[in-house]
Design a protein around this ligand. Structure first.
Ligand code: FES
Length: 109
């Protein structure tokens, strides 16, 4: 999408959707329309994202997250659930919303 957003740790959490400081929390603050059908409770996998850069600076996925990711289409080794993936802020992240999810968001407009 070509959107750049710099998160301010002092302002986290931005909202109450997803884990505090998660990619979903940050994305919603940046006005990125990232699907989150279950409200950020790790029970839908609609917030599937691919962390192209900086994945090592994020928390480890829980078993619950890995179970949900198994249901996500187009899974990659860098796939995470945006509502559960929390960057530690050690480096910049490059996060991709999978094409199937972007298309669905457009259809919902
Ligand atoms: S919003 Fe449902 S699993 Fe992330």
């Amino acid at each position: 999408m070509g959107v750049t957003f710099e998160a301010d740790p002092a302002e986290i959490p931005y909202g109450d959707v997803g884990q505090p400081g998660s990619i979903l929390d940050i994305a919603l603050k940046a006005n990125i329309d990232l699907d989150h059908a279950c409200g950020g409770f790790c029970s839908c996998a609609t917030c599937h994202v691919i962390v192209r850069e900086g994945l090592n600076s994020c928390n480890e996925p829980s078993e619950e997250e890995l179970d949900q990711l198994d249901n996500a289409p187009a899974l990659t080794p860098k796939s995470r659930l945006a509502c559960q993936c929390i960057p530690r802020g050690e480096c910049d992240l490059v996060v991709e919303i999978p094409g199937w999810n972007r298309n669905r968001a457009k259809e919902g407009d």
